[in-house]
Design a protein around this ligand. Structure first.
Ligand SMILES: Nc1ncnc2c1ncn2[C@@H]1O[C@H](COP(=O)(O)OP(=O)(O)OP(=O)(O)O)[C@@H](O)[C@H]1O
Length: 257
């Protein structure tokens, strides 16, 4: 994934107002199979950035490319997952996972096989026939991940997927996602406000500035066990990086959150 000097401006909010710059001079790369987290103050343009990578939006300036090809619209090599699971309540877990495959030229049995494979990978086989309201918040997020992975993406974009969960479910789910992502070799970009989560899950952390957002710092996490965030957070190095991030983001002095 490659972003070169990307800017995104939106029209001014009132008639005659100048355009509003959400992000600018945004440049970074993500290597194949690398897990990168983005942290930054609220409103600095993190979701704008993910939309650009997903092809849901176009930059006003600069270039976004995946596998050397400029992103010009939504494409099946990118899987996108949000804080809200967006499962369809009238479909079972299995049918939700199959949903993303229905637009593809694929036989019903192939679709079923692929969905079952992802449910197994996300340890949800026994919940395949349940409806979303019949499973827990953590299981719903795992089902959403299974649906994202079913399309066989090269890249997954995760926009705060754990932030609506309680602390304990969050830890369990971070471990489950980390294992699944590591074993599938996916290139991953995670947006999070949780600094320990960024350290626990990533190879590298990019820190964004206040709006208009750009990358102001890059931190190589340099810890083993990327597939086991719980082991990682207990290390002194993890604590040091979190402390450093607090300082970089001026969280101790910020009063406008
Ligand atoms: N379609 C749009 N039209 C106009 N302004 C927009 C649009 N999308 C985003 N913005 C503005 O761009 C800025 C960046 O928004 P964005 O949602 O990317 O920030 P964020 O870093 O993800 O925020 P948060 O951390 O609070 O979720 C905000 O001020 C937002 O109001």
């Amino acid at each position: 994934m490659e972003l070169q000097d990307v800017a995104r401006r939106f029209p001014g909010r009132t008639v005659g107002a100048p355009p509003f710059t959400a992000v600018r001079n945004l440049s970074f790369d993500v290597r194949r199979s690398e897990f990168v987290s983005i942290v930054g103050p609220s409103g600095c343009g993190k979701s704008t950035l993910l939309n650009l990578v997903a092809g849901l939006d176009r930059p006003s300036e600069g270039r976004v490319a995946l596998n050397g090809v400029e992103v010009s619209g939504p494409n099946s090599s990118v899987g996108f997952m949000l804080q809200k699971d967006l499962l369809l309540p009238w479909r079972t877990v299995l049918h939700n996972v199959e949903f993303g495959l229905e637009a593809r030229k694929m036989s019903g049995s192939e679709r079923r096989q692929r969905a079952m494979r992802e449910l197994e990978r996300c340890r949800l086989t026994e919940f395949a026939d349940r409806y979303p309201y019949q499973i827990s918040g953590g299981q719903r997020q795992r089902a959403a991940l299974a649906r994202t992975l079913a399309i066989d993406p090269d890249v997954v974009l995760l926009d705060e997927p754990f932030s609506a969960l309680d602390a304990q479910t969050k830890l369990v789910l971070q471990k489950s996602f980390a294992g699944t992502i590591a074993s599938s070799g996916l290139t991953t970009l995670l947006i999070t406000h949780d600094l320990s989560e960024a350290v626990a899950m990533s190879d590298r952390i990019l820190v964004m500035s206040d709006r208009p957002g750009r990358i102001v710092e890059e931190i190589e996490v340099g810890l083993p066990d990327r597939d086991n965030p719980i082991a990682r957070v207990a290390t002194p190095r993890a604590g040091e990086i979190v402390k450093h991030l607090f300082h970089s983001l001026h969280i101790d002095t910020r009063e406008d959150a």
